[in-house]
Design a protein around this ligand. Structure first.
Ligand code: FPP
Length: 237
């Protein structure tokens, strides 16, 4: 984008990758083909985020509620994650740090291992931070943070009065990441669906009817431009 310098680029963007099933249905393809195409878009858009100067991007890939989908679809999505992690060279080339958020204890041990390996391999990459939410739920994340803090209180490391918003934030899966500035949800749905509910308390929202596999870098630029033109007041005047 030529007018990049004048843009107020969001520091942290959250993206809900929605519409893969409908994309496939429109083409009379099985739903898993939509997810496969969605995974390609994930790679393209991650690169585009870095190019725009976004510092953190968090993607909603699989929610704590998505287990309710047909077993073959869940397996296809899990296979996509594993396959992707086997060939995740593009992040190294791009100097992008990749981490996962969510409750990974319910995932296949082989997938958990690959996630840990990729996190380790990319821990010193510093061009951009990318979080991929797998078996993630915002309420589950807050519950997890509260449990961690309760353990500290029980051990006598802190008193209940010392619990503040900052401590709760630091015990979320996103840890040191700053609050979310912009949430992008394609595919025409107008809801947050339990995604980053704590982190996006003051986020701006960008909705579009475009289905995720059709979402292009130009659509990302449009979302960032819309964000940049908004007046954020954080409760002030
Ligand atoms: C929501 O669309 C999408 C998902 C539940 C899965 C998202 C997963 C991917 C894009 C694969 C990501 C892979 C990597 C490697 C990051 P939907 O199925 O609910 O679409 P619909 O609302 O049209 O049915």
């Amino acid at each position: 984008m030529s007018e990049n310098n004048a843009l107020n680029v969001p520091v942290h963007v959250g993206i809900i990758m929605d519409g893969n099933g409908r994309w496939a249905k429109k083409r009379l393809l099985p739903r898993k083909m939509g997810h496969k195409e969605g995974a390609k878009t994930f790679r393209t858009i991650t690169r585009a985020c870095k190019k725009l100067g976004i510092k953190y991007v968090t993607y909603y890939a699989f929610s704590t509620e998505n287990w309710a989908r047909p077993q073959d679809e869940v397996e296809a999505i899990m296979d996509l994650f594993e396959k992707y992690l086997d060939e995740v060279k593009d992040f190294a080339e791009e100097n992008i740090r990749l981490r996962f958020i969510g409750d990974r204890s319910k995932l296949k041990p082989s997938l958990q291992q690959k996630m840990a390996d990729v996190e380790k391999a990319s821990e010193n990459f510093d061009a951009m931070d990318c979080f991929l939410a797998i078996n993630y739920g915002g309420r589950d994340e807050i519950k997890h943070s509260v449990q961690e803090i309760a353990k500290m209180v029980k051990k006598g490391e802190i008193s209940p009065e010392e619990i503040d918003e900052d401590l709760i934030t630091r015990n979320l899966y996103t840890m040191e990441a700053p609050p979310v500035d912009l949430i992008i949800r394609p595919s025409g749905e107008l809801r947050l669906s339990n995604f980053l509910i704590w982190q996006s308390a003051y986020a701006e929202y960008y909705f579009t009817d475009i289905l995720w596999p059709d979402f292009k870098p130009a659509d990302l630029e449009k979302a960032v431009k819309t964000y940049s033109d908004r007046n954020r007041r954080f409760g002030g005047v």
